[in-house]
Design a binder for this molecule. Structure first.
Ligand code: ADP
Ligand code: MG
Length: 296
């Protein structure tokens, strides 16, 4: 059985297909994402990240090329209503503003909303809601009013609503952008849990480099095209190219560049997290000491 979950082949999308002058929002975009991958998506504003996300559950329909999700080629023409509904259930989305995503006045009703609309039976519904709330750590808020929760808690309820649909894949479209650092951590921990513990395929569209560094893989989109695709270490090693498209690198990658510029030989990888950052500094320091001892 194939491990491929998402496959885009020369995919393109234009919001105004008739207008020739318009630069397409996505252009000749090819990528393969496997089941269970944790992919971060980077790119400056307007680069096409949300467009890609919306194509993945047929909110938008490709205007060129081919897009397959879970073995299903996505065109409205070729799919039955049932297949489209099933796709929307399988590719869950969590958006930026938590307030726009919560519909009910009680947390557990909100989480039940999606599966209820799918016609899930009462008992099964109860089980799903409880399990989803437990996964995101919001069980004790089941009877609370969503509007009284913090931003991070609201996003976790929104995630529970998606989980209650039992998706195969969850796409986070800047879901931490409106949160304070605490809330951002709560959501990021949840994203990691979904991928690492539950094996869910995860796409995290973000503009926080430290968040992207957590993923297994980073895709950088620029002007509707895929500019980079690699591990965080591979991508963040290309600092100058990233800066050229308006993206920074995490502090640790920046540090490596500065150490190298000082003539301190830094080899190896593992440049994207804080621990490796500390290890590098120590290496650079002890390397310098050894050097001084031998030469002077
Ligand atoms: P990102 O999510 O990376 O910020 P988007 O996918 O939202 O980028 O946008 C990609 C391009 O498509 C941008 O040039 C944007 O202006 C354009 N665009 C986005 N949504 C619409 C829309 N509803 N109608 C017309 N153009 C749009
Ligand atoms: Mg966007």
């Amino acid at each position: 059985m194939s491990n491929v979950y998402i496959q885009a082949e020369h995919l393109s999308f234009s919001y105004n297909e008739g207008e020739r002058e318009e630069h397409p929002a996505l252009c000749d975009f090819s990528v393969t994402i496997n089941k269970g991958e944790y992919v971060a998506v980077l790119g400056h504003n307007g680069s096409g990240k949300s467009t890609f996300a919306k194509l993945l559950n047929l909110i938008l329909e490709p205007t060129g090329g081919k897009l397959t999700v879970g073995g299903l080629e996505l065109t409205k023409e070729s799919l039955s209503d049932e297949e489209i509904l099933n796709l929307r259930k399988n590719v869950g989305m969590v958006f930026q503003n938590p307030d726009n995503q919560l519909v009910a006045t009680i947390v557990e009703q909100d989480v039940a909303f999606g599966p209820e609309n799918l016609g899930v039976e009462r008992e099964e519904l109860r089980r799903r809601v409880d399990s989803a709330l437990e996964t995101v750590g919001m069980t004790k808020y089941a009877k609370h009013e969503p509007h009284r929760l913090s931003g991070g808690q609201k996003q976790r309820v929104a995630i529970a609503g998606v989980l209650a649909m039992m998706p195969e894949c969850v796409i986070f479209d800047e879901s931490t952008a409106m949160l304070d650092p605490g809330g951002r951590h709560e959501v990021l921990d949840t994203i990691r849990l979904l991928n690492r513990e539950y094996g869910m395929t995860v796409l995290n569209i973000t503009h926080y480099m430290n968040e992207a560094a957590e993923a297994d893989r980073i895709m950088v989109i620029n002007d509707g095209s895929l500019l980079m695709d690699g591990t965080p270490d591979e991508v963040f090693a290309r600092r100058d190219e990233l800066q050229a498209v308006g993206l920074e690198v995490p502090q640790c990658a920046e540090l490596i560049h500065e150490l190298r510029a000082l003539g301190i030989p830094i080899t190896g990888d593992g440049i994207s997290d804080t621990e490796s950052c500390a290890r590098l500094l120590l290496e650079a320091y002890t390397g310098k000491r050894t050097n001084e001892a031998t030469h002077g």
